[in-house]
Design a protein. Structure first.
Length: 359
């Protein structure tokens, strides 16, 4: 820890309680029962970004008219629209900061999500889009993985909707790496398929693996273990950050570039998150080490990390793009601890070492 003493002291300052709370637990390994940790959690829930997300959710009780007009009433109710202020994104961002599961406003938000974003017809999180060209079911693997992970983080892992959505991913997730003929049988759509096409969307797989770091042990039949194996194999084939067909090129999907450090995370993951996910699942590989090295190379002259990208609009930002970021520095140090590259003076087991991963 001595090599990062100054950075850790910076994270523990009182001006960003959401950073301090997470650093105490996931970098220093402090117990959630300690008075300083409990006080940091209390302050985190009462200050941005958490307070802004919850306040806007409380005030936004109506249906977004623009989303309903453009995508249909059901899609608007799901909270996937508008990006990135709908209820699904709010739940995802609250999960990322570790919001208090027992908080009444957090529970109300999650209940809203379970009522409106779970599609009973398909048995997973999803919704029906009503385009001018016709009606279409939105079966989006990154969305399903995000919702499973967030709801487990926020205390709803026991809900039927969460378990069924995880089972859906395990059953249907594809791992094609190009040149394949995508089935036309539901939930696939042949040549029209974008998420599970001839080259499976990379983010659907990283989000499935991320969900696997949070689900309970009871979620792990043999099929899930096999899906985990194939998902890890797929990510390592891409060396976490690169095209499998042209290793000189980094993965790029529209604005999604995992080499750019991003917060809060949306439908894609950055290098810190992909490496951290594999480490939480107990995976070791030279490609993970290379991704960690890339993150280390991005430190500025003060040994801090800069926020390189952020979505918008947001209820509350996690930092300023182009500026050194406490949240990004926390995430990098958490990754280093998972990788065994950050020694801590306290022996307590950190919450980042998931109890639910399967070796």
């Amino acid at each position: 820890m001595d090599g990062y003493r100054d950075q850790i002291a910076w994270l523990l300052e009182d001006d960003a309680p959401f950073v301090k709370y997470n650093a105490l637990i996931e970098v220093l390994g402090r117990s959630k029962d300690e008075p300083e940790v409990r006080e940091s959690l209390r302050r985190m829930m009462e200050t941005p970004p958490v307070s802004s997300i919850l306040r806007n959710q409380q005030e936004d009780t109506g249906l977004d008219k623009s989303a309903a007009k453009n995508f249909g009433v059901e899609a608007a109710r799901s909270g996937y629209f508008p990006k990135y202020t709908g209820v699904t994104w709010r739940a995802l961002f609250l999960g990322q900061v570790g919001a208090e599961p027992g908080n009444p406003r957090v529970r109300d938000l999650c209940e809203h999500l379970l009522r409106n974003a779970f599609d009973g017809r398909m048995g997973a999180f999803g919704f029906r889009l009503e385009w001018k060209r016709g009606v279409e079911d939105a079966v989006i693997p990154c969305f399903i993985g995000n919702m499973v992970w967030a709801l487990c983080r926020l205390g709803f892992s026991g809900r039927r909707e969460v378990r069924e959505s995880f089972d859906f991913l395990v059953k249907y997730q594809r791992f094609d790496d190009g040149g394949f003929s995508t089935p036309v049988d539901w939930p696939y759509r042949g040549k029209r398929e974008r998420c599970w096409g001839s080259h499976t969307c990379y983010w659907g797989i990283t989000k499935m693996l991320m969900a696997m770091t949070a689900v309970p042990k009871s979620y792990w039949p043999a099929e899930a273990v096999e899906a985990r194996r194939r998902g890890v194999e797929f990510v390592l084939l891409h060396r976490l950050l690169h095209s499998s067909h042209d290793p000189s090129k980094p993965i790029t999907t529209k604005n999604a570039r995992p080499t750019r450090l991003f917060a809060p995370l949306t439908y894609f993951d950055d290098a810190i998150e992909i490496a951290s996910t594999l480490l939480k699942l107990g995976i070791s590989d030279p490609a993970i080490d290379a991704a960690v090295d890339l993150v280390l190379s991005k430190r500025n002259e003060r040994g801090r990390w800069v926020l390189e990208g952020t979505p918008g609009p947001l209820d509350a930002r996690f930092g300023t793009k182009g500026k050194e970021s406490k949240w990004m520095t926390f995430r990098a140090l958490r990754m280093l601890r998972l990788a065994g590259r950050l020694e801590v003076s306290q022996p307590q087991r950190s919450s980042v070492q998931t109890e639910n991963s399967v070796s």
